[in-house]
Design a protein around this ligand. Sequence first.
Ligand SMILES: Cc1cc2nc3c(=O)[nH]c(=O)nc-3n(C[C@H](O)[C@H](O)[C@H](O)COP(=O)(O)OP(=O)(O)OC[C@H]3O[C@@H](n4cnc5c(N)ncnc54)[C@H](O)[C@@H]3O)c2cc1C
Length: 390
Amino acid sequence: MKIDKVLIVGGGIGGLTFGLTLRRVGIPFEIFERAPELKEVGAGVGLWANAVRVLDRLGVAGEIRALGQPLKWGEIANWKGRVLSRTDISENLEKRDAACYVVHRAELHAALARQLPGETIKTDHECTGFEADGGRVIVHFKNGATAEGTLVVGADGLNSMIRRQLWDDGRPRYSDQTCFRAVVETDYADTDVLREVQGAGRRFGLCPLGKGRLYWFAALNAAEGRMIPFADRPRFLTGRYAGWAYRIPELIAATAPEKIIQNDLVDRVPLEKWSAGRATLLGDAAHPTTPNFGQGACMAIEDALVLTRALVENDRLSAAFEAYEAARRPRTSAIVNDSWKFGRLARWENPLAVGLRETLVRLTPDSVTAKMLRRQIDYDAGPLPAAVRQ
Ligand SMILES: Cc1cc2nc3c(=O)[nH]c(=O)nc-3n(C[C@H](O)[C@H](O)[C@H](O)COP(=O)(O)OP(=O)(O)OC[C@H]3O[C@@H](n4cnc5c(N)ncnc54)[C@H](O)[C@@H]3O)c2cc1C
């Protein structure tokens, strides 16, 4: 199939990785980002083995591994510091691999952007819609510009414009939990442990980033849309996590208030179809998930490779989109749905229910926890196809 240009709407982790995979196989593309400059929020992101495997095939995993911290242990504890489960998450993986690297989002984003020629990325281009005209697609932007190509890919996140135009499935679904997150410099000692500390209707994650930095998140039950002003965030959180183990109140207090980001945790019910005509979706635009398994960005990275391969290996666009969806929808829908269910358990507040949950976590054999994890991280998105001759 002859592809003049792929128009990618959105320059997040998904859009940039897709640009990179297209570059590797020689398909022309352009990325359009609405923000005036390319950047990511100041938090961490867990890159599991399934995503690192893709980055390896793109030749960038070495650089990305060096940004973060390989983690060996996955631990769940209660708020008093009692360890409920401790799993060797990297067991049986290839020798040089870790199950998970936690990296700084802004550094990951910048590392991906460095791989792309500057002229392939247009900032200040907010997409307002697209139209298909015969064998072409024309994308419109708020600044009055238009772009023309063979296909458009919406990598424009949770509130994707492209998804709205294709499927208009309304607002995201709220999980009844909001989440605060930040990176703090600290001498926190357990540098190879990914730890989630649980209490009644709230949890706290401790994810070492390396170089004396820790990425933390605090997810707790809250009414939708209740945003706490930046200046009040440390006080609000130290109140909610007073007395919690692992120096949690101290870590919150040591974080600059303006560095603490808040997002309500949401997802969307999986779609039956992502693509139509000359348009498809990738990453959060296609399958936004609650972040309980830390797989949202990892799945966007997988999508990038699978969609590129489908475009290379199929003669018609419709066949390429079918192959892409057939490979991706079952996996991504399962993760979205399982993560949603997992998040429901985290909301429990009743002391009896919380006690029961702790007992269940304690009694679940490590081998079972490891098996569940391996189902997600053993996934292989497949090879990067050979470069095309256009
Ligand atoms: C609290 C929290 C913790 C998380 N932790 C993890 C984790 O540990 N591991 C993990 O893998 N995932 C994690 N995720 C999920 C991850 O953040 C997302 O899945 C990932 O960022 C999706 O990337 P994306 O490129 O698809 O979308 P986005 O990152 O949302 O990027 C979309 C881009 O499109 C741009 N855009 C939007 N609309 C337009 C438009 N109309 N025109 C042009 N540009 C537009 C945006 O400005 C943005 O740059 C977490 C999410 C949350 C909320």
